[in-house]
Design a protein around this ligand. Sequence first.
Ligand SMILES: [Zn+2]
Ligand SMILES: [Zn+2]
Length: 231
Amino acid sequence: MNLVNDNKINICYLCGKELVGKIDKDHVPPKQFYANDLRRLHNPNLFTLPTHKPCNQTYQGDEDYFVNSIAPLAMDSYSGRYKWKDIIRFSGRPKSKKLVKMIHDEFQPNLSKLLLPPGKIIKKFDGDRVTRIIWKITRGLFFKEKNLFLPEDKPRDFKFFSVGEKPPEYLNYVLASESKGDYPGVFDYKYVELEELNFFNVWLFLLWDRIIIMTVFHNPLCECNVCKLKY
Ligand SMILES: [Zn+2]
Ligand SMILES: [Zn+2]
């Protein structure tokens, strides 16, 4: 397996192997982050990476879950409002029924009003499915930025911030770095790589202008003891 991709389009960023056979143009982040009506209104030029079709297909169900489960938390932002319309449309389709029922059950009206402001909703979600998609996006953007394959089993960690929660001060350094998203109102990201700390990477994502998610990992070329462990 080649970690360094000399000619960007030669390998699939999902499996690291040479691109042969059926090829997909995979949107990074997923195309469905952009609401249908927004795409029609603004005609955005969305970034894609080539992947093997079968590699990409394994993510479809989790991407559907991710968007329909997470985006409703951002329904008061400009891009979130448009996405909400898609979700309503999606939930009307017979084949979406099972997924929508599951997501519906994850939303719980807050019963302990003493602890949280009135109207606050508690949302559970399937951490494995959600982090699988965040990790896929991280790997795709890392590939775009660094031209390096980031293996699926690389040790990493995630943190989700509640809507409105201010990230802690130690992240100010990352927050002060350049905004990298092409359409930051829908999806934005920032990252730093700390050479002095085993090329430690801290990536922050902003989804639909409301939801902040952090991913941390070491550069794939790092061979420290942590990186020798498989995730
Ligand atoms: Zn592949
Ligand atoms: Zn390491």
